[in-house]
Design a protein around this ligand. Sequence first.
Ligand code: ADQ
Length: 506
Amino acid sequence: MSDIDLLDLPLVLLSNRGPVRFDRDASGRTVNRGAGGLVSALSGLAEHLDDAVWVCGAATTEDAAVAGENDGGSILVQTQPFPHVADGSPAGPSIRVRLVVTDPSAYADFYSVWSNPILWFIQHGLYGRSLAPVLTQAEHDAFENGYAAVNRAYADAVADEVRSRGGKALVLLQDYHFYLVAEHVREQCPDVVLTHFVHIPWPAPDEWRVLPADIRERLLRGLLGSDVVGFHTRRYARNFVLCAGELLGLPINLDELTVQVNNRTVQARYYPISVDPAALDATLASEEVAAHMAMLRYVFLDEDRQLVLRVDRTDPSKNVVRGFLAFGTLLDQHPELVGKVSFLALLQPSRTDVPEYADYIALIGAVVAEINARHTKEGRQPIDLRMVEDFSLAVAAYSICDVLMVNAIADGMNLVAKEVAVVNRRGGVLALSEMAGAHEELGEFAVTLHPFDVQQMADALYTALTMPMDERHRRLAAAAEQVRTHDVRRWLTDQVADLRHLAGFS
Ligand code: ADQ
């Protein structure tokens, strides 16, 4: 990690969910590491540096207690061989963590009113618009007292950490929860070098007109406090620059993807996030995955049968309902496939406190029941819907599926497609939405899905299921090569290299 070795400035990270989580069980306080590719990639960076701190939200009561015991300051957590608060100098890799505690009702307005659903829905194009959203005084208040107030609290914590490091640091901010943070941090610490990475799509200017002018302008100006605003794809970066031009009237350069803000030039860049192939290979080699694989083969793949798979959160943006409608259409139009092809869906219930998400889960159940009633043959149901979060099971299914369906309405990247490309051993075909960021890298090896066109998706599934085996293996090998050579480490080192350049170190 040569660029990271050369990182001569302190590093301050900010994300809503952090690298560790404190809980309490019968034995007392417990410390666990956060899950997921993003946390492991950023943890690898933070562990590697002498002077780094990770600012994040106190997610549990015990997190808040730890923050209180340390007067809101940071604590040093040794992460290996097992996570624990370091006593003195740590004897292994460690991360300094600062847990930010905010007022619960402000946090609820920040998280469950503005971040999810309003920003998420706008950025994924999920509002039907004839009846939603309805912005009342309650939403205006939630913005001021929730989103803006919580952003200010996190910005103050970040600025405090920067000041305690002499006022100059590299700052990496993550995602749509914190669009107002960069501007506040820059006001307090003008010498910072700051990247804000947005993990979800950035839509064109007119989509943002759903929000009142004052709010959308504040969000944009907040982000423009950064030196670099990072996205997964060039399309999102271009949309962001267009927004700055059209909604704020700032001078922009669409070729160079820059925005002029007073005497500063803000750059929109794209860094496609990815997976950790070595970690996936290790998971694939585990006994747990082998046991799941044997079970899945027995249930779904005897007698030359085929398996279509999807693995998603139950988020309306993932388009699960239309995906099942397309599979139902496929079976209607190709009765010879009934009993020969199964659809396994591993769905992780998500954000069930948001009414639209709860309704969506109910709709998924109803559509599956209807298709299964129509096409059950010899006691075998075509769709196996499992509401489960089980990564080992998911990896086992990734490795043996014939087709992976990703038909998102919009998706910043979609890591599931990249995971399958790395671990599939059956010549699995990616059936990939043109609206997923991953399509820019993997589309040429995939069968493209149009997420609103159920007939097109049914036809594409048929193409994938009947594709000659050598063609399937050729495409899968090319997709795997693309992902292995563009892994999550590269996502991070490319950003750090750009920041070093901005900070004048190269
Ligand atoms: P997500 O919307 O959560 O991420 P995605 O990128 O597909 O979407 O990542 C989901 C992860 O959760 C994958 O690692 C997947 O294996 C796992 N997962 C999903 N369902 C599961 C289940 N039922 N059981 C076990 N594991 C499951 C957001 C953006 C994406 C972007 C990422 C990273 O919406 O577009 O790719 O952040 O930037």
